[in-house]
Design a protein around this ligand. Structure first.
Ligand code: EPS
Length: 401
């Protein structure tokens, strides 16, 4: 059974979204403002559509926290959809009088290529693709970010920080500085596209404007960087304990993510081994690496599915959103006749937000790996195990005696 787990629920235009988060030890201080700050970060980014002007996401904590500290019991989080006010009839949980009015019910019969609309309608035996798209919508990532904010607070209490930035949008690739800023989000968040390269930022914005004019959409690549992890999370012994596999699965589960790289990623396949692997050194400053360092970090902080103590670096590639205002061809779900895909209000580009969601998923996987290795029902126990283990690996690297 995974040690840190969460479930989300809720439709994009339903009354609310919810998450139940299990596994947080007792005694973790919870900062609700920090959860809301993460939710705001996810709502931002150049290229979002009209919906983000309606919503102002705030998480209500319904269980598992008392007087600002976790109890060790499941934490329930709720975010209300403001847009629900405009959808009470089409999304009503109980039958309504206007049910025969397809337009009033906002029914969708023209599935969008690339979206879950068609395959979901086939699988779940629905004629109205709204029954599918309401849940397939990336609105669901709100609760991943809320749950991830709790995972971040757990990791933060143990000295681990997570940040992200946008590497490319629509084929415009940023020049990434050799040394990333220590506080990555403080540097990337002020950019409308969360990009560290101002020149690329300008071109990305122009491209998003052009895509909007053309009724088109754009994808891109985000990078997540985690600092402060001890060497030894994950394991080489079994396929499902390898941390790189778990991170890849978590990132690939995000809507529209089509590829994941760790460290050098696909580039490693193009080079000889001597230009890929990071030589091992003694490094007294690498406290959480047991006093062992590396020349470079092509491995992205993982060797054999185990953390090395170097920064963890993962990238995720997002395809362009499948809702096009200049739609592609499709087939009417009722008649089988050729048609144009539905023009549902949407975003032109959500890559900056995807970085925030990717941070949350990485935080959730890492919180699980930390709890698996160090366990404990309380923060006191967890801290004691982390400190004792870090002292143990430091002693290995000291080579005394
Ligand atoms: C989405 C369509 C848009 C996006 C939405 C994802 O929503 P709407 O159909 O209400 O305009 O804004 O993203 C969010 C609501 C969000 O919170 O990220 C889709 O179809 O996936």
């Amino acid at each position: 059974m995974p040690t840190f787990r969460f479930t989300t629920a809720g439709e994009s235009h339903g009354p609310a979204l919810a998450a139940v988060v299990e596994g947080l030890p007792a005694g973790l201080t919870i900062y609700p403002d920090e959860i809301d700050r993460e939710l705001r970060r996810r709502q931002g980014g150049y290229g979002r559509g009209g919906r983000m002007r309606i919503e102002s996401d705030r998480a209500e904590i319904l269980s598992g926290v008392r007087h600002g500290e976790t109890l060790g019991s499941p934490v329930t989080l709720l975010v209300r959809n403001r847009d629900w006010a405009n959808w009470t009839e089409p999304m009503s949980p109980v039958p309504v009088e206007t049910e025969d009015d397809d337009e009033a019910m906002r029914r969708v019969f023209f599935p969008r290529p690339g979206h879950a609309d068609l395959v979901g309608a086939l699988k779940y035996d629905r004629t109205d693709a709204r029954d599918i798209l309401e849940r397939a919508s990336a609105r669901e990532t709100t609760m991943r970010v809320a749950a991830g904010a709790l995972a971040k607070q757990l990791l933060g209490a143990l000295g681990v920080q997570i940040g992200s930035h946008v590497v490319s949008i629509g084929g415009v690739v940023a020049q990434v500085p050799a040394e990333l800023p220590a506080d990555l989000n403080a540097a990337s968040d002020p950019s409308p596209v969360r990009c560290l390269d101002p020149e690329a930022e300008g071109r990305m914005i122009d491209l998003i404007d052009a895509a909007k004019r053309d009724g088109d959409t754009l994808g891109g690549v985000v990078e997540v960087v985690v600092r402060g992890l001890p060497a030894g999370l994950g394991s080489h012994v079994s396929w499902d304990r390898k941390l790189d596999g778990r991170l890849a699965a978590a990132l690939m589960s995000i809507q529209a993510i089509k590829g994941v790289e760790i460290g050098l990623g696909f580039e490693a396949a193009l080079r000889p081994g001597s230009r890929v692997h990071d030589a091992i050194t003694r490094d007294a400053a690498a406290e959480r690496g047991g006093g062992f360092g590396r020349v470079g970090n092509h491995a992205g902080g993982l060797e054999g599915g185990i953390t090395t103590g170097q920064p963890l670096v993962c990238r995720a590639a997002m395809k362009p959103i499948s809702t096009l205002m200049t739609p592609l061809g499709t087939v009417d779900l009722r008649t089988g006749e050729a048609a144009e895909a539905v023009r549902e209000r949407s975003d032109v580009c959500a890559v900056p937000a995807a970085g925030v969601v990717a941070e949350a998923m990485v935080a959730i996987v890492l919180a699980g790996a930390v709890l698996e290795k160090f366990g404990g029902d309380s923060m006191t126990e967890l801290r004691r195990s982390v400190d004792a283990y870090c002292a143990q690996i430091r002693a290995r690297g000291a080579f005394a005696g």
